[in-house]
Design a binder for this molecule. Sequence first.
Ligand code: PLP
Length: 404
Amino acid sequence: MNDIKQSDKLRHVCYEIRGPVANEAKRLEEEGYKILKLNIGNPAPFGFDAPDDILKDVIRNLPQSQGYCDSKGIYSARVAVMQYYQQKGIRNIDIENIYIGNGVSELIVMAMQALLNANDEVLIPAPDYPLWTAAVALSGGKPVHYMCDEYADWYPDIEDIKSRITDKTKALVLINPNNPTGAVYDKAIVKELLEVARQHNLIVFSDEIYDKVLYGDIQHHPTASLADDLFLVTFGGLSKNYRIAGFRAGWMMLSGATHKAKDYIEGLNMLASMRLCANVPCQHAIQTALGGYQSINELIVPGGRLYEQSLYAWERVNQIEGLSCVKPKGAMYIFPKLDQKKFNIKDDQKMIIDFLRQEKILMVHGTGFNWPSPDHFRLVTLPHVEVLEEAFNKLERFLHSYSQ
Ligand code: PLP
Protein backbone atom coordinates (compact mmCIF):
# COMPACT_ATOMS: atom_id res chain seq x y z
CA MET A 1 0.00 0.00 0.00
CA ASN A 2 1.31 3.47 -0.87
CA ASP A 3 1.70 6.13 1.82
CA ILE A 4 -1.65 7.55 2.79
CA LYS A 5 -1.62 11.26 1.98
CA GLN A 6 -3.74 14.19 3.07
CA SER A 7 -6.05 15.60 0.44
CA ASP A 8 -4.76 18.20 -1.98
CA LYS A 9 -7.31 20.66 -0.67
CA LEU A 10 -5.44 20.76 2.65
CA ARG A 11 -2.15 21.79 1.04
CA HIS A 12 -2.85 25.48 1.48
CA VAL A 13 -4.62 25.25 4.83
CA CYS A 14 -2.76 26.10 7.98
CA TYR A 15 -3.70 26.85 11.58
CA GLU A 16 -0.58 27.65 13.53
CA ILE A 17 -2.06 28.50 16.93
CA ARG A 18 -2.17 24.75 17.56
CA GLY A 19 0.57 23.97 15.03
CA PRO A 20 4.30 23.16 15.19
CA VAL A 21 5.01 25.50 18.10
CA ALA A 22 2.28 23.89 20.21
CA ASN A 23 3.60 20.45 19.21
CA GLU A 24 7.02 21.38 20.53
CA ALA A 25 5.39 22.45 23.82
CA LYS A 26 3.68 19.06 24.00
CA ARG A 27 7.00 17.31 23.42
CA LEU A 28 8.58 19.30 26.25
CA GLU A 29 5.65 18.43 28.52
CA GLU A 30 6.18 14.77 27.74
CA GLU A 31 9.79 15.25 28.87
CA GLY A 32 8.37 16.47 32.20
CA TYR A 33 8.57 20.25 31.83
CA LYS A 34 5.71 22.47 32.96
CA ILE A 35 4.78 24.90 30.18
CA LEU A 36 2.95 28.19 30.70
CA LYS A 37 0.55 28.24 27.77
CA LEU A 38 -0.11 31.75 26.57
CA ASN A 39 -1.05 30.65 23.08
CA ILE A 40 -4.81 30.09 23.26
CA GLY A 41 -7.71 32.34 24.29
CA ASN A 42 -9.15 29.73 26.61
CA PRO A 43 -10.26 31.51 29.80
CA ALA A 44 -11.22 28.52 31.99
CA PRO A 45 -7.71 27.16 32.73
CA PHE A 46 -6.78 30.61 34.04
CA GLY A 47 -9.43 30.48 36.76
CA PHE A 48 -12.29 32.16 34.91
CA ASP A 49 -15.18 29.98 35.94
CA ALA A 50 -18.45 29.93 34.06
CA PRO A 51 -21.26 31.90 35.70
CA ASP A 52 -23.15 29.49 38.02
CA ASP A 53 -26.56 30.12 36.46
CA ILE A 54 -25.27 28.86 33.14
CA LEU A 55 -23.92 25.63 34.60
CA LYS A 56 -27.15 25.02 36.51
CA ASP A 57 -29.25 25.52 33.41
CA VAL A 58 -27.20 23.11 31.35
CA ILE A 59 -27.37 20.48 34.11
CA ARG A 60 -31.12 20.97 34.60
CA ASN A 61 -31.74 20.53 30.89
CA LEU A 62 -29.53 17.49 30.41
CA PRO A 63 -32.37 14.95 30.60
CA GLN A 64 -34.26 16.81 27.84
CA SER A 65 -31.16 17.06 25.67
CA GLN A 66 -30.73 13.46 24.67
CA GLY A 67 -32.09 13.69 21.16
CA TYR A 68 -31.00 15.63 18.10
CA CYS A 69 -32.64 19.02 17.74
CA ASP A 70 -33.50 21.18 14.72
CA SER A 71 -30.41 21.59 12.53
CA LYS A 72 -30.41 25.33 13.16
CA GLY A 73 -30.57 24.88 16.93
CA ILE A 74 -33.07 24.85 19.77
CA TYR A 75 -35.77 27.49 19.63
CA SER A 76 -35.07 29.19 23.00
CA ALA A 77 -31.42 29.75 22.08
CA ARG A 78 -32.27 31.23 18.69
CA VAL A 79 -34.91 33.53 20.20
CA ALA A 80 -32.35 34.70 22.75
CA VAL A 81 -29.82 35.45 19.99
CA MET A 82 -32.50 37.29 18.01
CA GLN A 83 -33.47 39.44 21.00
CA TYR A 84 -29.83 40.10 21.84
CA TYR A 85 -29.19 41.59 18.41
CA GLN A 86 -32.53 43.42 18.33
CA GLN A 87 -31.43 45.19 21.50
CA LYS A 88 -28.16 46.06 19.80
CA GLY A 89 -30.04 47.89 17.06
CA ILE A 90 -30.15 45.26 14.30
CA ARG A 91 -33.50 45.34 12.47
CA ASN A 92 -35.64 42.80 10.66
CA ILE A 93 -34.07 39.70 12.14
CA ASP A 94 -35.81 36.46 11.26
CA ILE A 95 -35.37 33.55 13.66
CA GLU A 96 -34.96 31.27 10.63
CA ASN A 97 -31.78 33.17 9.83
CA ILE A 98 -30.07 32.21 13.09
CA TYR A 99 -27.93 29.07 13.23
CA ILE A 100 -26.44 27.60 16.38
CA GLY A 101 -23.12 25.79 15.92
CA ASN A 102 -20.43 23.93 17.82
CA GLY A 103 -18.64 27.19 18.39
CA VAL A 104 -18.17 29.97 15.87
CA SER A 105 -15.39 27.85 14.35
CA GLU A 106 -17.79 25.33 12.86
CA LEU A 107 -19.99 28.08 11.45
CA ILE A 108 -17.11 29.98 9.84
CA VAL A 109 -16.13 26.84 7.95
CA MET A 110 -19.77 26.19 7.02
CA ALA A 111 -20.27 29.76 5.80
CA MET A 112 -17.21 29.53 3.54
CA GLN A 113 -17.95 26.00 2.29
CA ALA A 114 -21.44 27.06 1.25
CA LEU A 115 -20.22 30.17 -0.60
CA LEU A 116 -16.98 29.68 -2.43
CA ASN A 117 -16.13 28.34 -5.85
CA ALA A 118 -12.56 27.75 -6.99
CA ASN A 119 -10.48 30.93 -6.70
CA ASP A 120 -13.28 33.14 -5.39
CA GLU A 121 -11.57 35.79 -3.31
CA VAL A 122 -12.35 36.79 0.26
CA LEU A 123 -10.81 39.87 1.86
CA ILE A 124 -9.45 39.00 5.30
CA PRO A 125 -7.60 41.30 7.71
CA ALA A 126 -3.86 40.95 8.30
CA PRO A 127 -3.24 40.10 11.02
CA ASP A 128 -6.23 37.79 11.32
CA TYR A 129 -7.66 35.07 13.47
CA PRO A 130 -6.20 32.39 11.20
CA LEU A 131 -9.25 30.17 11.05
CA TRP A 132 -10.72 32.66 8.56
CA THR A 133 -7.82 32.20 6.16
CA ALA A 134 -7.84 28.44 6.70
CA ALA A 135 -11.59 28.17 6.11
CA VAL A 136 -11.41 30.12 2.84
CA ALA A 137 -8.50 27.97 1.63
CA LEU A 138 -10.23 24.74 2.67
CA SER A 139 -13.30 25.81 0.70
CA GLY A 140 -11.24 26.27 -2.47
CA GLY A 141 -11.32 30.06 -2.26
CA LYS A 142 -8.42 32.47 -2.25
CA PRO A 143 -7.75 34.41 0.96
CA VAL A 144 -6.66 37.95 0.10
CA HIS A 145 -5.24 39.82 3.07
CA TYR A 146 -5.81 43.51 3.59
CA MET A 147 -3.56 45.42 5.93
CA CYS A 148 -4.54 46.78 9.31
CA ASP A 149 -2.45 49.75 10.35
CA GLU A 150 -0.57 49.52 13.63
CA TYR A 151 0.04 53.26 13.53
CA ALA A 152 -3.70 53.95 13.25
CA ASP A 153 -4.87 51.87 16.21
CA TRP A 154 -4.75 48.75 14.05
CA TYR A 155 -7.73 49.96 12.02
CA PRO A 156 -8.22 48.45 8.54
CA ASP A 157 -6.51 50.41 5.79
CA ILE A 158 -9.44 51.29 3.52
CA GLU A 159 -7.27 52.22 0.54
CA ASP A 160 -5.44 48.92 0.81
CA ILE A 161 -8.76 47.06 0.83
CA LYS A 162 -9.92 48.92 -2.28
CA SER A 163 -6.67 48.19 -4.08
CA ARG A 164 -7.14 44.44 -3.57
CA ILE A 165 -10.67 44.15 -4.94
CA THR A 166 -11.01 42.25 -8.22
CA ASP A 167 -13.94 40.81 -10.12
CA LYS A 168 -13.38 37.60 -8.13
CA THR A 169 -13.89 39.27 -4.74
CA LYS A 170 -16.98 37.94 -3.04
CA ALA A 171 -16.78 38.97 0.57
CA LEU A 172 -15.17 41.15 3.19
CA VAL A 173 -14.33 39.80 6.66
CA LEU A 174 -14.17 42.03 9.74
CA ILE A 175 -13.00 40.86 13.15
CA ASN A 176 -14.21 43.37 15.72
CA PRO A 177 -13.14 43.41 18.55
CA ASN A 178 -10.03 42.04 16.98
CA ASN A 179 -7.96 39.00 17.70
CA PRO A 180 -4.92 39.33 17.77
CA THR A 181 -4.59 43.15 17.92
CA GLY A 182 -7.23 44.09 20.52
CA ALA A 183 -8.57 46.82 18.21
CA VAL A 184 -12.20 47.86 18.56
CA TYR A 185 -13.58 49.81 15.61
CA ASP A 186 -15.48 53.06 15.96
CA LYS A 187 -18.68 53.69 14.03
CA ALA A 188 -16.95 55.73 11.33
CA ILE A 189 -14.54 52.98 10.26
CA VAL A 190 -17.28 50.32 10.28
CA LYS A 191 -19.34 52.61 8.03
CA GLU A 192 -16.37 53.09 5.71
CA LEU A 193 -15.92 49.32 5.47
CA LEU A 194 -19.62 48.93 4.72
CA GLU A 195 -19.38 51.56 2.00
CA VAL A 196 -16.60 49.60 0.31
CA ALA A 197 -18.78 46.46 0.50
CA ARG A 198 -21.73 48.41 -0.92
CA GLN A 199 -19.77 49.80 -3.84
CA HIS A 200 -18.36 46.41 -4.79
CA ASN A 201 -21.36 44.26 -3.98
CA LEU A 202 -19.58 42.24 -1.30
CA ILE A 203 -21.03 40.04 1.41
CA VAL A 204 -19.91 41.17 4.86
CA PHE A 205 -18.85 38.58 7.44
CA SER A 206 -18.48 40.16 10.87
CA ASP A 207 -16.82 38.10 13.59
CA GLU A 208 -17.95 39.70 16.85
CA ILE A 209 -17.19 36.91 19.30
CA TYR A 210 -15.51 39.39 21.70
CA ASP A 211 -18.32 41.95 21.59
CA LYS A 212 -18.56 42.14 25.39
CA VAL A 213 -14.84 42.06 26.12
CA LEU A 214 -14.34 45.84 25.93
CA TYR A 215 -12.04 47.72 28.27
CA GLY A 216 -13.13 50.82 30.17
CA ASP A 217 -15.79 52.77 28.32
CA ILE A 218 -15.09 51.46 24.83
CA GLN A 219 -18.26 50.93 22.77
CA HIS A 220 -18.82 48.15 20.25
CA HIS A 221 -20.83 48.87 17.10
CA PRO A 222 -22.30 45.72 15.55
CA THR A 223 -21.67 45.86 11.82
CA ALA A 224 -25.19 44.72 11.00
CA SER A 225 -26.68 47.59 13.02
CA LEU A 226 -25.15 50.06 10.56
CA ALA A 227 -26.47 48.65 7.28
CA ASP A 228 -29.48 46.66 6.22
CA ASP A 229 -29.15 47.08 2.47
CA LEU A 230 -26.20 44.64 2.28
CA PHE A 231 -26.15 40.93 3.00
CA LEU A 232 -24.43 40.51 6.36
CA VAL A 233 -23.46 37.54 8.48
CA THR A 234 -22.68 38.15 12.16
CA PHE A 235 -20.88 35.60 14.34
CA GLY A 236 -21.01 35.42 18.14
CA GLY A 237 -20.82 32.89 20.92
CA LEU A 238 -20.27 31.98 24.53
CA SER A 239 -16.58 31.01 24.43
CA LYS A 240 -15.14 34.38 25.39
CA ASN A 241 -17.88 36.65 26.77
CA TYR A 242 -19.01 33.88 29.14
CA ARG A 243 -15.67 32.04 29.46
CA ILE A 244 -17.08 28.66 28.42
CA ALA A 245 -15.03 27.85 25.34
CA GLY A 246 -15.32 24.13 26.08
CA PHE A 247 -19.10 24.19 25.70
CA ARG A 248 -18.68 24.86 21.98
CA ALA A 249 -21.71 27.14 21.74
CA GLY A 250 -21.74 29.78 19.04
CA TRP A 251 -24.10 31.26 16.48
CA MET A 252 -24.32 32.91 13.10
CA MET A 253 -27.01 35.38 12.11
CA LEU A 254 -27.90 36.43 8.57
CA SER A 255 -29.38 39.89 8.19
CA GLY A 256 -29.96 42.74 5.76
CA ALA A 257 -30.51 41.82 2.12
CA THR A 258 -31.29 38.13 2.78
CA HIS A 259 -33.65 38.16 -0.24
CA LYS A 260 -30.56 38.38 -2.45
CA ALA A 261 -29.06 35.27 -0.86
CA LYS A 262 -31.81 32.67 -1.20
CA ASP A 263 -29.63 30.11 -2.96
CA TYR A 264 -26.72 30.61 -0.56
CA ILE A 265 -29.12 30.17 2.36
CA GLU A 266 -30.35 26.90 0.88
CA GLY A 267 -26.72 25.78 0.76
CA LEU A 268 -26.19 26.76 4.38
CA ASN A 269 -29.33 24.88 5.38
CA MET A 270 -28.07 21.79 3.64
CA LEU A 271 -24.68 21.95 5.36
CA ALA A 272 -26.36 22.57 8.72
CA SER A 273 -28.56 19.54 8.25
CA MET A 274 -25.65 17.34 7.08
CA ARG A 275 -24.06 17.75 10.49
CA LEU A 276 -27.50 17.07 12.04
CA CYS A 277 -27.27 19.68 14.80
CA ALA A 278 -24.91 21.29 17.30
CA ASN A 279 -24.29 19.79 20.73
CA VAL A 280 -27.73 20.10 22.38
CA PRO A 281 -27.00 20.34 26.16
CA CYS A 282 -24.81 23.41 25.75
CA GLN A 283 -27.35 25.21 23.59
CA HIS A 284 -29.36 25.56 26.79
CA ALA A 285 -26.64 27.84 28.10
CA ILE A 286 -27.36 30.46 25.45
CA GLN A 287 -30.66 31.85 26.72
CA THR A 288 -29.44 32.03 30.31
CA ALA A 289 -26.17 33.62 29.27
CA LEU A 290 -27.61 36.34 27.07
CA GLY A 291 -30.45 37.33 29.42
CA GLY A 292 -30.11 39.02 32.78
CA TYR A 293 -27.00 39.70 34.80
CA GLN A 294 -23.77 39.97 32.81
CA SER A 295 -20.87 38.89 35.00
CA ILE A 296 -18.34 39.91 32.32
CA ASN A 297 -19.05 43.53 33.23
CA GLU A 298 -17.16 43.11 36.51
CA LEU A 299 -14.06 41.85 34.72
CA ILE A 300 -13.59 44.60 32.15
CA VAL A 301 -13.68 47.72 34.33
CA PRO A 302 -10.79 49.13 36.42
CA GLY A 303 -10.18 46.66 39.26
CA GLY A 304 -11.57 43.76 37.20
CA ARG A 305 -9.26 40.91 36.27
CA LEU A 306 -9.40 41.14 32.48
CA TYR A 307 -9.00 44.92 32.51
CA GLU A 308 -6.08 44.95 34.93
CA GLN A 309 -4.26 42.09 33.23
CA SER A 310 -4.60 43.67 29.80
CA LEU A 311 -3.39 47.01 31.13
CA TYR A 312 -0.46 45.38 32.95
CA ALA A 313 0.58 43.42 29.85
CA TRP A 314 0.48 46.53 27.69
CA GLU A 315 2.51 48.57 30.19
CA ARG A 316 5.10 45.83 30.63
CA VAL A 317 5.52 45.26 26.88
CA ASN A 318 6.25 48.94 26.35
CA GLN A 319 8.87 48.87 29.12
CA ILE A 320 10.87 46.07 27.50
CA GLU A 321 13.67 47.34 25.28
CA GLY A 322 12.91 46.64 21.63
CA LEU A 323 9.20 45.93 22.14
CA SER A 324 6.23 48.21 21.58
CA CYS A 325 2.53 47.65 21.52
CA VAL A 326 -0.75 49.39 20.78
CA LYS A 327 -3.06 49.43 23.80
CA PRO A 328 -5.76 46.75 23.43
CA LYS A 329 -9.30 48.12 23.63
CA GLY A 330 -10.92 44.71 23.77
CA ALA A 331 -10.49 40.90 23.50
CA MET A 332 -7.84 39.06 25.54
CA TYR A 333 -4.56 39.34 23.66
CA ILE A 334 -1.58 41.54 23.14
CA PHE A 335 0.32 41.70 19.83
CA PRO A 336 3.74 43.30 20.46
CA LYS A 337 6.05 44.55 17.75
CA LEU A 338 9.73 43.58 17.76
CA ASP A 339 12.23 46.26 16.81
CA GLN A 340 13.98 44.67 13.84
CA LYS A 341 17.03 46.96 14.15
CA LYS A 342 17.65 45.30 17.47
CA PHE A 343 16.56 41.71 16.89
CA ASN A 344 16.82 41.18 13.14
CA ILE A 345 14.30 38.33 13.31
CA LYS A 346 14.11 36.40 10.06
CA ASP A 347 12.04 33.52 11.33
CA ASP A 348 9.54 34.45 14.03
CA GLN A 349 8.42 30.85 14.55
CA LYS A 350 12.03 29.99 15.41
CA MET A 351 12.10 32.85 17.92
CA ILE A 352 8.96 31.52 19.60
CA ILE A 353 10.44 28.01 19.73
CA ASP A 354 13.75 29.34 21.11
CA PHE A 355 11.83 31.19 23.84
CA LEU A 356 9.72 28.13 24.58
CA ARG A 357 12.78 25.90 24.94
CA GLN A 358 14.61 28.40 27.12
CA GLU A 359 11.82 29.71 29.36
CA LYS A 360 9.06 27.09 29.00
CA ILE A 361 6.49 29.65 27.91
CA LEU A 362 4.37 29.16 24.81
CA MET A 363 3.31 32.13 22.66
CA VAL A 364 2.45 32.39 18.94
CA HIS A 365 4.50 34.05 16.19
CA GLY A 366 2.89 36.90 14.26
CA THR A 367 3.17 35.25 10.85
CA GLY A 368 0.86 32.56 12.28
CA PHE A 369 -1.81 35.29 12.08
CA ASN A 370 -0.99 35.94 8.45
CA TRP A 371 1.00 39.04 9.35
CA PRO A 372 3.44 39.50 6.45
CA SER A 373 6.68 40.23 8.35
CA PRO A 374 8.38 38.25 11.13
CA ASP A 375 8.23 41.11 13.64
CA HIS A 376 5.26 40.42 15.92
CA PHE A 377 4.01 37.80 18.32
CA ARG A 378 0.86 37.23 20.35
CA LEU A 379 0.16 36.19 23.90
CA VAL A 380 -3.04 35.93 25.89
CA THR A 381 -3.62 38.30 28.78
CA LEU A 382 -5.61 35.73 30.73
CA PRO A 383 -3.18 34.83 33.57
CA HIS A 384 -3.17 36.66 36.89
CA VAL A 385 -0.87 39.70 37.01
CA GLU A 386 1.70 37.81 39.15
CA VAL A 387 1.96 35.10 36.49
CA LEU A 388 2.18 37.69 33.72
CA GLU A 389 4.87 39.51 35.69
CA GLU A 390 7.04 36.41 35.84
CA ALA A 391 6.39 35.67 32.16
CA PHE A 392 7.42 39.19 31.13
CA ASN A 393 10.52 39.00 33.36
CA LYS A 394 11.51 35.88 31.47
CA LEU A 395 10.70 37.45 28.12
CA GLU A 396 12.80 40.48 28.99
CA ARG A 397 15.72 38.27 30.00
CA PHE A 398 15.40 36.21 26.82
CA LEU A 399 15.16 39.21 24.49
CA HIS A 400 18.06 40.99 26.18
CA SER A 401 20.58 38.89 24.30
CA TYR A 402 18.45 37.54 21.45
CA SER A 403 18.99 38.22 17.79
CA GLN A 404 18.98 36.11 14.63
N1 PLP B 1 -13.34 34.07 16.07
C1 PLP B 1 -12.33 34.64 16.73
C2 PLP B 1 -11.91 36.03 16.38
C3 PLP B 1 -11.67 33.93 17.75
O1 PLP B 1 -10.66 34.51 18.40
C4 PLP B 1 -12.09 32.61 18.06
C5 PLP B 1 -11.38 31.81 19.08
O2 PLP B 1 -10.34 32.17 19.58
C6 PLP B 1 -13.16 32.07 17.33
C7 PLP B 1 -13.76 32.83 16.35
C8 PLP B 1 -13.65 30.67 17.57
O3 PLP B 1 -14.49 30.63 18.67
P1 PLP B 1 -15.38 29.39 19.09
O4 PLP B 1 -14.86 28.94 20.41
O5 PLP B 1 -16.79 29.93 19.18
O6 PLP B 1 -15.25 28.35 18.05
